[in-house]
Design a binder for this molecule. Sequence first.
Ligand code: C2E
Ligand code: CA
Ligand code: CA
Length: 779
Amino acid sequence: RRLRNGRWINISEYRTQDGGTVCIHTDITERRRAQQDLLRRTALVQMLREIALETNEAADIEAAIQSCLDKVCFHSGFVLGHAYLPDSDGDDAKELLSTDLWTMRDPERYRPFRDISSAMRFGHGVGLPGQVWASGKPVWIEDVQNDANFPRRPVAERVGIHAACAFPVLEQDRVVAVLEFFSDQPQPCDTALLDAVTSLATQLGRVTERKRSLMAMNKLRQAVEQSPVMVMITDLRGVIEYINPEFSAITCYRPEEVIGHTPNLLKSGHTDTEAYGKMWARISSGHDWRGEFRNLKKNGESYWAATSISPIRDQDGTITHYLGIAEDISERKEAEQQIEHLAHFDSLTELPNRALFHAQSRQILAGAKRHTNPVALLMLDLDDFKDVNDSLGHAVGDELLKLVATRLHSTMRQGDIVARLGGDEFTMILPDVGGPDAVDTAVRRLIEIISQPYVLEEIDLYVSASIGIAMYPDDGQDVDELLKHADLAMYRAKGRGRGTYNFFMSSMDREVQQRKTIETAMRAALDNEEFYLVYQPQIDAINHRVIGAEALLRWNHPEQGNMSPAEFIPVAERSGLIVPIGEWVLEQACMQAKRWLDRGDDPMTVAVNLSPIQFKHHDLLGMVSDVLKRTGLPPSGLNLEITESVVMQETETNLGLLHALREMGVHIVLDDFGTGYSSLSYLTTLPVDKIKIDRSFVDGITSDLVQQSIVKTIVELGNALGKRVNVEGVETREQLDILSRNRIDEIQGFYFSKPLSVADLDRLMDGEVQPVLRASPPR
Ligand code: C2E
Ligand code: CA
Ligand code: CA
């Protein structure tokens, strides 16, 4: 029986034989409490076991906590159970956040409490959950309605919540969740329950920890499985234990086809054994290795894999596996190779370009140095390629270059290099050629092969090439020097005519040196007034009167004395100095012609030579009209002498310029006629007023009948086209007599007069000096 004071007594009554009653009251409060306690503890152990089982089965941490909430409420008589989680997994968590994990015996009744709990956040030490979070220990509150540190008290009062118990879930020493339970009546601290939840704290913690790492594992596995890069794990011997799906996708090998094998399966034979050896040395010594492999797929196709291999270690740091991660970089490789190709090969001919040629020939020279072998470097330039381009179009020009490249390529022996440097310039390097005689033979052959006809779009084209040769080591120590010298030799070959070749000789260096010196001196010559003009009279073929004069430039060089224009005009042209010099000549000549005009003698024209360069680099039209304006010479008093190359090159522009000059009133003279390549019929279309038959035709005219008939033909053609005809270089009476059989308009030459100073010319015209009559010309 329970006494009013709360104690329990056991009452036993015995009838005595005499009819009496013995009543024994035993206070069993302690025994009963111990018994109850035992029962309770047994129930709680049952609870712990159930929780252990269920949480283990739970799919995730949330499910484990939920089942814990349910079980605790069920076994303890709590009416409410709820869980809080920190706002982050790490140590930087600031607040506990309410979760959706609830157990409620009467959800309707406790909804307001749930709502307020959900809305609250608890910092460290704040409120019941905050206190548990901070201390890491369970807390028991007999009646929250009497507790000052219970912010949810008003709502607790409304719904009738009294006792509370809260405990942490501990992973190691870290609180990863706080669980709180409430009762609908006040309850003194139940130590058995408190003991149970204390052990629950760590038990549940272990479960959540395991779940967490399992989840992390899962995440990792998924990441690896779904990774867009190839992943492979091997054991220490390199035997494959795992490959991910991307690996299968790229290599076409199914996992069961490679697992148990080594990656040798993928070898393409393009990576040398040495490279594999280095890789193994690195990874087995515990280092990472990175590199690129060219591997083979199952179908035999190759692919490039940018691979990184790292050792995997266990907790003790012992290497247990190797992890290989690889990316298929075939596309990038291909693009790189293409770019590489573009950077090193000429896109038209597919031959190596200048850059690659340089690199390759440097290697060859280095090798030759070691073995002291002579090496020949050839510079090859097509003759008159520009004409092909101009007259047949660039497409044909390109086609021709390709064919030339193919022919050059076909002549190559093992080790030779052929490259295109640009335009119609090719270069070859021939290692191990032997002596110059062997080179000579090789080059002759080349020239012959190049000059075979090219069959192009219905036309057969003939081209020739000029070749310059520089020998290593005699003609240069490096590629640049050899190229430079081969180039010089090539130009010299061109100077001798088409389709020839020439060896570089160091004398050419001197020539270049000399040209440079001339150029420097020439720059100063204009300022220093070292230039002057002489005038060679032009004689009327009928009455032998002076009707004009050709202005010819002279240079009184301070050191070298009078220098021939044949020597310095080419230098002036190369350097562009011909432009200011040419303008000066024109101005001087026009000034002089104006003086003759003003004197009122017989009409006198002046002829001025124009260089093709002046057509290219100058506002020629503006310059001529300015000079005419400045000097006051009427345009009809000026003859401009041009050569065929002017009308052959830059055809459209130059023809336009010539037309414009003629429209201005200036006369155009075609100088050195007959030496160029233009056909006679070409003459009909040219904007030219006069032709000057070159003096080479005059030279042999007295003895050579063919020469005579050539001159005859040219003169007749000129006559027929209504052009004036001048013959220059007439040195003897005999020549004059033969020429006079033709209808020539004017004559120029030493027979009548050499080029003269203005004063001498004046005297000549005044009749003071008679035409020289000599049998042979002065040299
Ligand atoms: P070119 O225009 O054909 O000039 C004629 C050259 O033949 C002149 O030589 C002249 O002295 C020479 N000559 C004239 N009659 C005879 C002769 O009977 N026998 C021989 N053997 N030679 C004769 P020069 O003055 O030495 O000029 C050479 C070349 O230099 C000229 O050839 C011309 O192409 C160029 N030149 C001269 N002055 C100028 C100039 O002011 N501007 C440009 N651009 N070129 C010039
Ligand atoms: Ca001339
Ligand atoms: Ca001439």
